[in-house]
Design a protein around this ligand. Sequence first.
Ligand SMILES: O=P(O)(O)OC[C@H]1O[C@H](OP(=O)(O)OP(=O)(O)O)[C@H](O)[C@@H]1O
Ligand code: HPA
Length: 186
Amino acid sequence: MDVRENHEELVEEVLFTEKQVQQAADRCAEWLRGIIQNQSCVLVFYMLEGCRRFAEMLNHRLLRAGVDKELIPIRTSSYNETTQCSEVVKIEDDHIQKDQLQGRTIVLIDDILDTGGTMNSVRKRMLEYGADKVQICVLLEREIERKVNIKADMAGLKTQRAEYLAGVGLDYKGMLRELPYIAVIE
Ligand SMILES: O=P(O)(O)OC[C@H]1O[C@H](OP(=O)(O)OP(=O)(O)O)[C@H](O)[C@@H]1O
Ligand code: HPA
């Protein structure tokens, strides 16, 4: 793809290389495989749009390890093509059979745990539907003070950097999701 079309001119710095991202996905897939194989009836959800690419990476690795597990998408949005998290998180979960969540262990997967607003809202919703336990796995966790009490059970990568990031599903105003590495945006 043409560099301009890819908007790579917006990249200030590569924070995590493609290789580091791939290795992080290996670690997360291994963690997820353990959860799926050691507990019965685990349901795994991932958050669109940003997490599509990470979910594909996990799915690919699970299949390679002989684990054929459905990863179920849920559409959430809180940034709406801005760089500010809105207080209201939209969750589209009409396609989920709520009675199937009763007493189950749920794994929630996302590309980034930042303010925690998105994950907190989805976790709350799952517990309201009767889930027994919610585990969280993200490609990248921003290690910051959060208003909400939430932490990843598994984070492939961690950063204390405060700048807006893009790549591997993370978008900057709708751009840069396709970058194979995670970048700091100018
Ligand atoms: O921890 P938080 O501060 O809530 O941020 C994390 C969420 O923000 C992004 O999604 P966004 O709402 O931008 O939608 P998208 O997945 O369509 O990019 C990202 O994909 C996470 O889902
Ligand atoms: O730093 C970020 N970049 C892209 N999307 C995000 N969603 C939460 N934080 C971020």
